[in-house]
Design a protein around this ligand. Structure first.
Ligand code: BES
Ligand code: MN
Ligand code: MN
Length: 462
């Protein structure tokens, strides 16, 4: 058997308890109360990387949460791979739905249960433990490695683009590898070839200076909630199409070949309904579920408030109402352009005498499509093949990793998106988990990936 694989099995208990330690940090980036915990987590990571042989691992401050950066140069003439991940996590709320406390990692029924177990600390550790194993077994690495683990992915990576631009030279590499997506299913390993982009907005409607008595004035004055509802129902039609003019201008239709490829992926509506807990499937007319989730843009309301929502009845006509609206974008859609289109559409929809305010909240993310005809992808395919005994399928993903677009365009290198967790791992939700065996296989795949990539890209010494 492969020496690396053997060593990973041998050390796995240690690797598991080290992940547990990493998961204890409350690195919640969305809530400023936890800034210290976020920072402590970055320091822990840097220290840990130093302990496995990345001597120069350091914590770099940004305007927001710090970045953990490390590198290991074997030989300047060798190729270089950059691993990117994030150590920040989503808030754990609602706490009462967790079966064990979110920051007290628990291993139960073959699952590591904790906030961040899958997204993305567990997957980050697959790479760190893989590199540790290679270093320990061979005394060196098969290529130069740079590690960039940020603490702001879950808030749209607001500081990272500047960091990339300012450190372009230092970050130069031949490929980027990321494990922040799931595999397609338990027995269906996959490599992800596209991510949707993202635009997140908050819309507030104002119909007056104050709430009014709904008996005295109801029926004679505007009601902000009713106006907001009217606007929301004009955003999408009954065919599931977004009604913002120009919204689809930069969306490319999939070719018949691509559609056929997609139809070969095993997908069953019944299973999907069970997994999501929904009783019906909805969406844009004329597209399959996978197409809707991966290759079609969408607009979704994420939260809504206004008027009186406390206990009991309060008779009032509200003067203010708000909604959070996010959009997932595909192909060539530009989030900044879409924001302007939405604003213009609202200007037409909102009647005179009613005010609206549309803000962009959270950083924007451009959609990404990666080229799967690259040596770096081959290295991943071979690694997955060896560990799972079957080749991965290529799939799209509906989620967003905003910085990937910048990697692609600033560094101009191939991107490998290979994930090890499963769609049922409840990322962002209560009882987030990562399968113990997924962790083990992830370490193995990452280790073989680095080895294969070194073999494939290594140039002869000058
Ligand atoms: N790891 C996810 C992205 C992801 C999830 C990709 C599922 C593919 C499938 C990432 O941590 C994430 O949650 N991204 C946010 C981005 C946002 C906060 C800017 C998302 O997609 O909502
Ligand atoms: Mn993630
Ligand atoms: Mn996430």
């Amino acid at each position: 058997m492969n020496k690396l694989i053997e060593a990973i099995d041998l050390n796995f208990d240690k690797y598991l308890s080290e992940l547990v330690e990493f998961l204890r940090y409350k690195s919640i980036s969305t809530n400023p109360t936890y800034s210290k915990d976020v920072k402590a987590c970055a320091s822990y990571l840097a220290k840990h990387l130093r302990s496995i042989g990345f001597k120069n691992a350091e914590v770099l401050d940004t305007k927001g949460h710090p970045i953990c950066y490390a590198s290991y140069e074997v030989n300047p003439t060798y190729p270089t791979v950059l691993f990117y991940g994030h150590y920040d996590v989503q808030p754990p709320e609602p706490l009462e739905l967790w079966e064990s406390p979110p920051f007290e990692p628990t291993i139960k029924d073959g699952q590591i249960v904790a906030r961040g177990a899958s997204d993305d600390k567990g997957q980050v550790f697959c790479h760190i433990k893989a590199l540790e194993t290679i270093l320990k077994e061979t005394g060196t690495l098969p290529l130069n490695v740079k590690i960039l683990i940020e603490g702001e992915e879950e808030v749209g990576s607001p500081s990272l683009e500047t960091f990339l631009i300012e450190n372009e030279e230092q970050l130069k590499c031949d490929a980027v590898v990321i494990s922040d997506t799931p595999m397609y299913a338990k027995d269906v390993p996959s490599i992800c070839t596209s991510l949707r982009g993202m635009l997140y907005t908050e819309l507030t409607i104002k119909t007056g200076k104050t709430d009014l008595h709904s008996g005295q004035h109801g029926g004679a004055v505007p009601n902000a909630i009713h106006h907001l509802m009217g606007i929301i129902s004009s955003l999408k039609n009954n065919d599931g199409r977004v009604m913002v003019p120009g919204f689809y201008d930069d969306v490319k239709e999939r070719t018949p070949n691509e559609k056929e490829e997609l139809n070969r992926i095993p997908f069953y509506d019944k299973n999907y309904l069970r997994e999501t807990g929904c009783d019906r499937i909805e969406g844009e007319l004329g597209y399959s579920v996978l197409e809707r989730r991966w290759y079609r843009p969408t607009l979704e309301c994420n939260g809504i408030w206004g008027g009186y929502i406390g206990d009991g009845a309060k008779t009032v006509t509200p003067c203010k109402a708000s909604v959070k609206i996010s959009m997932r974008l595909v192909s060539e859609q530009d989030p900044n352009k879409i924001f302007q289109q939405l604003k213009k559409y609202l200007e037409e929809l909102v009647p005179e005498g009613v005010e609206f305010n549309l803000d962009q909240i959270s950083g924007v993310g451009y959609p990404v499509n990666v080229n799967n005809n690259e040596k770096a992808i081959e290295a991943a395919v071979d690694a997955i093949h060896t560990v799972h005994g079957k080749k991965p399928i290529f799939q799209g993903e509906g989620g967003s990793i905003p910085i990937v677009h910048d990697f692609k365009h600033l560094l101009n290198v191939p991107i490998v998106l290979m994930g090890f967790n499963l769609i049922e791992d409840k990322i962002h939700a209560p009882n987030e988990q990562f399968g113990v065996e997924n962790y083990r296989n992830g370490i193995k795949i990452a280790a073989l990936f680095y080895k294969n990539l070194g073999d494939k890209l290594r140039r002869p010494k000058k």
